[in-house]
Design a protein around this ligand. Structure first.
Ligand SMILES: [Zn+2]
Length: 129
């Protein structure tokens, strides 16, 4: 189940970034997932919704899943191409199959919506025991 380890990384990264931003709550997180990761959306959502409860700031976070295509650079003509059919990727400009991956090959946190409590933003001692 690699969805579980992916979810674990996402949630702990979100929690960390939210803390650094002095957020009191993370409302939503948009995750860009490459088609190459072969992630099952339902499975990932299930893992995220289970793991988020272990953290204080993400307990009510809504995770928005976006599947992103892979971006290539053609080594023949230098064109940047987005290819959805990965079974036989060729450059749309010149038809070459010499392509290099340039992006969309991983998982990224695209957007994060947080709530910041101004009145408590100075110093927080509620470690939640
Ligand atoms: Zn080309």
């Amino acid at each position: 189940m690699h969805e579980l380890s992916i979810a674990d990384q996402i949630v702990s990264m979100v929690e960390l970034e939210a803390k650094e931003a002095h957020a009191v709550k993370v409302s939503s997180v948009t995750i860009d997932v490459s088609v190459l990761m072969e992630v099952e959306e339902d499975n990932l959502q299930f893992c995220l919704n289970t793991l988020k409860k272990e953290y204080s700031l993400t307990a009510e976070t809504i995770f928005i899943y976006r599947e992103v295509p892979v971006e290539f650079e053609c080594l023949s003509c230098g064109e940047k191409v987005i290819i959805s059919d990965l079974t036989a990727p060729v450059c749309q400009e010149c038809g070459s199959s010499s392509l290099d991956i340039r992006g969309g090959d991983s998982i990224y946190i695209a957007e994060m919506e947080v709530e910041i409590d101004e009145s408590r933003s100075t110093e927080k001692c509620d470690a939640g025991e």
